[in-house]
Design a protein around this ligand. Sequence first.
Ligand code: TYM
Length: 340
Amino acid sequence: MTENINNNTEKKRILSGIQPSGALTLGNYVGALRNFVELQEEGLYESFYMIADLHSITVRQEPKNLRKNTMDLLALFIACGLDPKKDPIFFQSHIPAHLQLSWVLTCNTYMGELSRMTQFKDKSRKHENNINAGLFTYPSLMAADILLYQADLVPVGEDQRQHLELTRDLANRFNNLYSETFKIPEAYTPKVGARIMSLQDPTQKMSKSDPNENSYILLLDPIDKAVKKIKRAVTDSEACVKRGEGKDGVMNLMSIYSAATNKSFDEIELEFEGKGYGDFKAAVAEAVAYTLKPIQERYNDLMKNKDYLEEVYKESAARASYVANKTLSKVYRKVGFVQP
Ligand code: TYM
């Protein structure tokens, strides 16, 4: 029965998204975007990539910044290597089905489940003057994003795992109540770099909302600035490049280096045996610069071609909404809405 849910395609499906609520960090790249590109290159999946603008407004946004960040993010997706000819890259707000399914799922989500979400708790703490209902029901919208496309796999960083678990629960609940409707999606987190930490406090996640700008690297940081941030990264007094207790800073740099070079932790330890943090940081900085430079060049070219970007998001929305609307009408029928 579940095999038929995807209807006319034999390929498994992927959906993922990133919020356009500020500049992208190296954490977003290593934890998510880089894996979108790798998975697309493998060619085993039919994928849908989304710029989650509806999610962004759960935190107050300056409209003109939101518009700019949304276009920037589309250009960055492509600059990082995603090919919109292969798979659509769309703006979430262009497909009303996300909100329509979200309502149905919200009516099947318990307050207790939403109260347990750590992202809700974190964001409520950070934005205590704007703890709005959307911030609370955010995970039901995220579940709608995923379930609309009957996604098998959802590439995300570690911090989204809890939302994925809830999505699976909601899909199972709906299937049990109304008969088999949704695929049960799996999270796909990378082996290395699923949680890139702050360069200044390696017990905290690297995040663009951190007030200390030395704690994160942005994909569009000027290269010399990114290099400086790595050189200033917090390490420890042991001066030894290896894994171990109390070496969170070094292990974080090892993750970044590993992601940028594809070297394993064992190889990295061997490479820097007998060398100090100066040499290690110089190598990490060089690897990061090598990663960022071509992305920034492609991004700059793409931003000169707004017509192309417009073509991409329009065509993508048309492709994605076809799939989304199919699931939505099935859901509307099953819950008992009269067909329009
Ligand atoms: P967002 O926009 O906060 O982050 C986008 C992706 O980047 C990952 N990420 C990280 N990975 C490793 N280390 C870090 N420091 C780091 N910081 C962020 C996140 O895990 C995420 O994969 N709710 C989502 C957006 C979303 C979504 C979806 C994702 C909306 N609908 C449906 C997947 C499927 C979010 O806020 O991600």
